[in-house]
Ligand binder design. Sequence first.
Ligand SMILES: Cc1cc2nc3c(=O)[nH]c(=O)nc-3n(C[C@H](O)[C@H](O)[C@H](O)COP(=O)(O)OP(=O)(O)OC[C@H]3O[C@@H](n4cnc5c(N)ncnc54)[C@H](O)[C@@H]3O)c2cc1C
Length: 294
Amino acid sequence: MTAGIYASRLGLKTFLITRNFGGQVAKKAVDIENYPGFKKISGLELVRKMEEHLRVCDVEIMIDEVIKIKKKGKEFLVRTAQKKEFGSKSLILATGADPRPLEVPGEKEFLGKGLSYCAVCDGPLFRGKVVAIIGGGNAGFETAIFLKNIAQKIYILESGTELKAFAANQEIVKKGGKAEIITNAVLKEIRGDKLVNAIIYEDKKTGKEKELKVEGVFVEIGHQPATAYAKDLVDFNERDEIKVEFETCQTKTPGLFAAGDLNIGPFKQIVTAAGEGAKAALAAHNYIQKKARQ
Ligand SMILES: Cc1cc2nc3c(=O)[nH]c(=O)nc-3n(C[C@H](O)[C@H](O)[C@H](O)COP(=O)(O)OP(=O)(O)OC[C@H]3O[C@@H](n4cnc5c(N)ncnc54)[C@H](O)[C@@H]3O)c2cc1C
């Protein structure tokens, strides 16, 4: 959205293709307290304000999913899931990251039938129910904070020996009294009938498998860059993040920029993603002007 705002204000004919507005921010379970200008704001509200700003700019918007990008002569070609193809002089990739899947039996079968990757979207469906959160990092604990007034009981499963969440988040969850935290717990399977009714995990200390009766499972084991569609035109690091020059967010292909969580930048934050969106649009503008002079 920031790249769109900047590109249009620089006078570029700007076309924005996205699956949805807000990405990870829209799914954030607790308020944001580190985006300048807002002491405390919910993810949905911040996204709404950004979208409102974007929509007063001269940007054409299409809801679709990019499945492939190519270069043909001087032009970039973008193909979408709805089988459309568009050409452009420059391209800014800002597709962020998607939730990392569990890759255990039952995951695909029970998605939307008790298994969720988004507590903000699906949490209210679990009122009075027993749920498990997979992942003891900040995302897992923020999900527990969000669910503590909804669910009857919350299990948090962490595969490591120690919890990775900030102490402040752990304190809030532990005070609530509803959460039971299980470390050294490696999820093995999600079971159910039509809907989830249990999970199986391995206790790493004993090697034994255990069952927990739950009606909901929230997956919070991190994110992976949404970059597969770009593989012909960019280089990746070992985490599939796109390699860029930090000054401009340019990839190895001139005119192709990558901003936000999908690149090798070490800090994945809203303000850094927005900053890179601005940087990439300014660099794309320079690139197009330089090409026009050649
Ligand atoms: C639980 C959690 C809590 C967080 N809390 C904070 C916080 O308090 N403060 C903070 O600063 N940061 C926080 N972050 C990090 C922050 O959310 C991210 O750094 C930021 O959202 C990155 O923005 P982005 O635009 O790069 O990517 P994303 O937010 O991932 O957005 C990418 C967008 O691209 C779309 N997309 C993906 N693939 C395609 C495709 N092929 N075609 C079309 N569209 C596509 C997605 O649908 C999405 O709309 C948090 C993250 C998580 C997971």
